[in-house]
Design a protein around this ligand. Structure first.
Ligand code: B12
Length: 210
């Protein structure tokens, strides 16, 4: 079964094999979002669990991440929708201290696919750099990604910096990343939270329609 092979290719960091397997899945008519969720993302989840259990170490986690990225590249044209007229403008970045970018990149890609003009401000982004980006790009939507419990406070610091700069009312803020919850989103005063990239697109659409 291709899905299982994709999971294993991420686990084994089979950089050469993953592209062929994803292509195989597409050719067999498997939904690209299934290949993403039940193949690549599932593989990363297993990697995360093994890392937590001490069965796998940082270099392996990094190699698995590179493998996942290669797989996502193959899926990219198939995941992005055909909606081409600008739905709105969004900026997205991973907060200060955090370098995880796979999830953020997926959210950016899906937003683009849904017709948003997206400025990706990158990883380990200082609150003041989010402020600058909002001043320059004047987006309707700001997406903040945090993957570590100890970088979650930077989500709040970033929202506070936007408040201090007098920009908070001009943007809708959505937050996400594995440790982030709806409760946390409410606590820090975000306007929305989603568990995955498709959910992020739904929220962003809601923001610009409102
Ligand atoms: C790959 C990975 C890495 C790679 C990152 C490579 C890269 N370019 O991103 C590397 C090896 C560099 C890494 C480093 C570290 N990592 Co790491 N990593 C992971 C891992 C295995 C997968 C993350 C991932 O890409 N998932 C796949 C994507 C698709 O999912 P996602 O990121 O959750 O994104 C989805 C949603 O959350 C949501 N989303 C994401 N962002 C946003 C934003 C918005 C606005 C919205 C609406 C939605 C949204 O949509 C996305 C798409 O569906 C996770 C375990 C896991 N399963 O999460 C650990 C994990 C996050 N890492 C962990 C740790 C501890 C670290 C390190 C501290 C390890 C160390 N000792 O150095 C460092 C920290 C470095 C730093 N300062 O940031 C822990 C965090 C524990 C915690 N609770 O804080 C985890 C949970 C592993 C574990 N189980 O212990 N890591």
């Amino acid at each position: 079964m291709t899905l299982e092979k994709i999971v294993n290719s991420v686990l084994d960091a089979d950089l050469d094999g993953v592209e062929g397997l994803v292509k195989e899945g597409l050719e067999a008519g498997t939904d690209p979002s299934v290949l993403l969720k039940e193949g690549l993302i599932k593989g990363m989840d297993v990697v995360g669990d093994k890392f937590e259990a001490g069965d796998l170490f940082l270099p392996e986690m990094l190699a698995a991440a590179m493998t996942m990225k290669a797989g996502v590249e193959v899926l990219k044209p198939h995941l992005a929708g055909e909606d081409s007229k600008a739905a709105g403008t969004a900026i997205i970045g991973t907060v200060q201290g955090d370098i995880h970018d796979i999830g953020k990149n997926l959210v950016a890609m899906m937003l683009e696919g849904a017709g948003f003009e997206v400025a990706d401000v990158g990883i380990d982004v200082l609150p003041e750099d989010f402020v600058k980006a909002v001043q320059e790009k004047k987006p309707q939507v700001v997406g903040l990604s945090a993957l570590l419990t100890n970088t979650m406070p930077a989500v709040k610091t970033t929202i506070d910096a936007l408040k201090e700069a007098g920009l908070r009312d001009q943007v809708k803020i959505m937050v996400g990343g594995a440790p982030v919850t709806q409760e946390f989103a409410d606590e820090v005063g975000a306007d929305g939270y989603a568990t995955d990239a498709a959910g992020a697109v739904n929220i962003a659409r809601g923001f610009v329609q409102a």
